[in-house]
Write a protein that binds this ligand. Structure first.
Ligand code: ZN
Length: 539
């Protein structure tokens, strides 16, 4: 029997349902709210319930809790075991508190090579709709309306990347670190689990599903409530292969805008604002290589961020939020299936293009958003009427290079920089070890000054639980270096070269030096010509 995780309700049924449980006509609540209304009924009326009923555990009648970790695991195991689903479980690791982090992977075992898609939810624990929506999508892939797409693509669904934060309703994990600023440093087990999924699956499309703050600081700064059902952004980061950005726009964003319009869901570029009340600038999502969106872009995947209105409003409009994610995920999966051959070629060609740049041209170490203006539509917090506001808008669409440096052939790391070498390997970067002494034409970084600050972010700081970074100013000294046997070489003629640049140029906020994974500048060097000494790959 076909099992659908959603049902389109016939219109008369829908009308009866709304009449039976909607209360006042201006307040179409689909589930019992768990917190007092965050705004008056006039505002709530702008977000009617969708014409679809979802049946994840969170939507059980009268229920207040979201789907628990146990319920989610049970449901995922059930999907993976479903006959004919072509699915299996991926055990990716455990959270800081020891909760399994699991994905269900749909792939037909018929020998056909298909591009892979990775769908990730709830890296931030206080953003619940994505996990509910991903469970719906997993069930639809297993035997519902999305199953035919598996002719063209393989799909891994990881509904809850931060189970500890989810249990406590907290943005960060139980270590206090923001998992979604940890994808280059990999200090948290949750980011390590996602890196493992990336390494083992090598997806051509990654979708990272979140929710954003609806009232909070927007009420204080703009006397307004957030309006958009969906905020969207793909990877925007220095050294991203241009073909990845172009495919993101053409193959995925344009069809997504149409899918949203067809469901009368409002969509805008992703943006956020600093947690400091006096700072009224609005910024698109960050351009640093720290978020999943940007790091996965540097892994040559089309990498997409989806955000629904959800933080700070409890279960209000939960069905609409879940519906928005389900519709957006469906659109992205359909686009991936339609462009399956193109995606495989894109992934291969983008990686080859990155590898071919070794020893030539420049790399950008620091890019900045461009300060512009934009009219954004908000809602009046009392009447619910549209409230357009012209804001100072930092655009990530035109990245301004602030610091560039010649692209080396590779990087040398001292034999004791094993932690850095291991993190690079966990990212999927190819790392080698010299088997004999190697004379290298090198450039060493010499520190001329430093400050120590919290790691900055478009929200203010990156949520590192009080940790500081080293902001070093450096100059380069040329020197012939005799690399000892056992020391490391990270060649840039590889598809993930730009991740090595992001990690190893020390004077950037996300580098391994700035974040103290590499203690001394003397432990590394830029290598200007390809070494000839014997080397072996680090496993
Ligand atoms: Zn988030």
């Amino acid at each position: 029997m076909k099992k659908y995780s959603e049902r389109r309700l016939a219109l008369p049924t829908l009308a009866l349902l709304l009449a039976a449980c909607a209360g006042p006509a201006t307040q179409p609540i689909e589930t019992p709210p768990d917190i007092p209304a965050p705004y008056p009924p006039e505002v709530a009326a702008r977000f009617p319930a969708p014409p679809v009923r979802y049946d994840t555990p969170a939507f059980a009648p009268g229920r207040h809790a979201y789907t628990t970790d146990e319920e989610l695991a049970l449901a995922l195991h059930g999907v993976a075991a479903q006959p004919g689903a072509h699915a299996r479980l991926l055990a990716l690791g455990t959270s800081e508190a020891g909760v399994p982090i699991e994905a269900v992977f749909f792939a037909r075992a018929d020998g056909v090579r298909r591009p892979r898609v990775l769908l990730v939810g709830q890296q931030h624990g206080d953003e619940p709709a994505p996990a509910e929506a991903l469970l719906v999508t997993a069930r639809q892939l297993a035997g519902g309306r999305l199953a035919p797409l598996l002719e063209h693509i393989d799909v891994a669904v990881l509904p809850r990347a931060n189970p500890d934060g989810s249990q406590t309703g907290s943005r960060v994990g139980s270590h206090g670190v923001d998992v979604n600023r940890d994808h280059l440093l990999l200090r948290t087990p949750e980011a390590q689990a996602l890196a493992r999924a990336m390494r083992e699956l090598s997806p051509a499309l990654v979708v990272d599903a979140h929710e954003y703050t609806v009232v909070g600081r927007y009420l204080g700064k703009f006397d307004a409530v957030q309006r958009f059902d969906l905020l969207y952004q793909h990877a925007m980061v220095a050294n991203l292969p241009p073909a990845i950005g172009e495919a993101s726009e053409r193959w995925f964003r344009q069809p997504l805008l149409q899918a949203m319009a067809a469901e009368q869901l409002a969509v805008e570029w992703y943006y956020t604002t600093s947690t400091a009340d006096a700072d009224k600038r609005i910024s698109m999502g960050g351009v640093q290589p720290d978020t999943g969106r940007n790091v996965n872009g540097l892994k040559n995947a089309v990498s997409v961020l989806l955000e629904t209105r959800g933080v700070g409003i409890g279960r209000w409009h939960l069905a609409r939020r879940v519906h928005t994610h389900v519709v957006a995920q469906r659109s992205l999966l359909e686009s991936a299936a339609q462009n399956a051959q193109g995606l495989l070629a894109l992934q291969r060609d983008a990686g080859a293009a990155v590898a071919s740049q070794a020893c030539t041209g420049d790399v950008t170490l620091l890019g900045a958003q461009a300060a512009t203006k934009r009219e954004l539509m908000f809602l009046d917090p009392r009447t619910g009427a549209d409230k357009p506001i012209i804001v100072d808008w930092n655009s990530a669409l035109q990245l301004r290079p602030l610091r560039t440096r010649a692209r080396p052939c590779g990087y040398w790391l001292a034999a004791d920089a094993t932690e850095a070498a291991q993190r690079l390997r966990a990212l999927g970067v190819h790392v080698e070890r010299f088997e004999e002494e190697a004379p290298l034409e090198a450039e060493r970084w010499r520190e001329t000054g430093r400050t120590e600050t919290a790691r900055p972010d478009v929200r203010g700081t990156a949520g590192d639980a009080g940790a500081t970074i080293v902001n070093a100013t450096v100059v380069l000294d040329r020197e012939r270096l005799a690399a000892a046997p056992g020391s490391f070489y990270v060649p840039l003629d590889q598809p993930l070269a730009n991740l090595a640049v992001a990690a190893l140029e020390p004077d950037t906020q996300n580098s391994y030096f700035a974040n103290r994974l590499i203690e001394r500048l003397e432990s590394g060097a830029r290598v200007a010509t390809r070494p000839t000494a014997r080397r072996s790959a680090v496993p």
